[in-house]
Design a protein around this ligand. Structure first.
Ligand code: KDG
Ligand code: MG
Length: 400
């Protein structure tokens, strides 16, 4: 089965998405997501200008060889743009292979380890009361796990407290937000106190620190919130320095999650081998496709670490489809993040996966079960968009 054509489709149905569609000489096509939020055109060019010309004429069934060809052949290995581009090729090829085999993708990976996936979504409130109300509403809908973020009084904008699906779409330049660690550290335990008072302990609560703390601050926070028995504390510290997680680990038993920004197994090798985390958040998009995330998952499994694919709305419904087939198979599955896509995106990307009572289902259609309506995509041209940045009150740049 030869690759006859590959095209890059950039569209903005509510937010920007970059899609690769690979076509073959026997009429089967597959699609992969290459979206890197805020840097979409860089990865579109990487695909269009550098990978697509090398794809034409190749045997679409050689997924592993094509992965190695682009990874080793780049010479400049790893990095979010390279790995997202390779991921789009990889996911599209797995889609093609599964369609050719007339099987849902999870069957090709080794078959189902579970019928459906535990998922968590986001309760983001402007006030503690609003966050509590949103948690109550999600609980009522059947959600078993909820990420809780609340605006921190005194800070004009707080991470996560945004309209669903429209995170950070500033078009001219990044919005500058203010960060203050002591204010946040005083506030978060109060939010969690309210939530545990109201809902007890029979509900999984998660919280995303979004890379804002130092290891010492994170260790103190993780220790303080042990009493709230979180499902996890996410991205407590920027993780370039993997060994900094030792300090947090030595001081607390609060479960730790990270890895949504990682793009290869080397970004998390030490974290995994020293058992410094509990959940690894790499996705089949930013971490090199199904081919690479399954390697990360296998390494993690040796150390009792479970998977928790990033599922923000800034990855297209294709990534959710690929992740759910991966989740359906992976033996050491933990949880799947789910953030609601804008309605326009659901129309551009018809999909088989679905949500029911706070659980996710992969669907049974051959392939990963997500398609692209190219005519509909044309109605939503690309709009430049940026993620926020953060500064301290004296102007110092901070991690957002
Ligand atoms: O593009 C950045 C988002 O994907 C990120 O802010 C979302 O942290 C996130 C999460 O946990 O979903
Ligand atoms: Mg996160």
């Amino acid at each position: 089965m030869k690759i006859t054509n590959a095209k890059v489709i950039v569209c903005s149905p509510g937010r920007n998405f970059v899609t690769l569609k690979i076509e073959t000489d026997d009429g089967i096509y597959g699609i992969g997501d290459a979206t890197v939020n805020g840097r979409e055109l860089a990865v579109a060019s990487y695909l269009q200008d550098h990978l697509v010309p090398c794809l034409i004429g190749r045997d679409a069934s050689q997924i592993e060889d094509i992965w190695q060809y682009f990874y080793k052949g780049a010479y400049w290995r790893r990095g979010p743009i390279t790995m997202a581009a390779i991921a789009a090729v990889d996911v599209a090829l797995w889609d093609i292979k599964a369609k050719a085999a007339n099987m849902p993708l999870y069957q090709l990976l080794g078959g189902a380890s579970r019928t459906h996936m535990l998922a968590y979504t986001h309760a983001n409130g402007e006030t503690i009361e609003e966050t509590v109300d949103k948690v109550a509403a999600f609980k009522e809908e059947g959600w078993k796990a909820i990420r809780v973020q609340s605006a921190v009084p005194g800070l004009p904008v707080t991470y996560g407290v945004e309209k669903v699906g429209s995170l950070a779409q500033a078009e001219d330049k990044p919005r500058e937000t203010l960060w203050d660690t002591p204010t946040y550290l005083r506030f978060l335990p109060k939010l969690l106190d309210h939530l545990r008072d109201r809902f007890g302990y029979d509900l999984h609560l998660l919280h995303d620190v979004h890379h804002r703390l130092t290891p010492q601050e994170a260790a103190a926070l993780a220790k303080e919130v042990e009493r709230h028995r979180l499902f996890w504390l996410e991205d407590a510290v920027p993780a370039e320095n993997q060994e900094s997680f030792r300090l947090i680990r030595q001081h607390s038993t609060t479960p730790l999650a990270l890895g949504e920004v990682f793009n290869s197994i080397h970004d998390c090798r030490q974290l995994i081998q020293e058992q410094l985390i509990d959940y690894i958040r790499t996705t089949p998009l930013h971490a090199g496709g199904i081919t690479h995330v399954r390697r990360i998952a296998d390494l993690a499994g040796l150390y009792h670490i479970r998977t928790a694919c990033h599922g923000a709305a800034d990855m297209s419904p294709i990534t959710m489809g690929a992740a759910l087939h991966f989740d359906r198979w992976v033996p050491n599955f933990g949880i799947q993040e789910y953030a609601f896509h804008p309605d326009e995106a659901k129309n551009v990307f018809p999909h088989e996966w679905h949500l029911k009572d706070g659980q996710l289902y992969s669907g049974e259609k051959p392939g990963h079960g997500v398609d692209i309506d190219e005519k509909a995509a044309e109605k939503y041209p690309y709009r430049r968009a940026y993620l926020d940045v953060a500064r301290l009150s004296d102007g110092t740049m901070w991690s957002w």
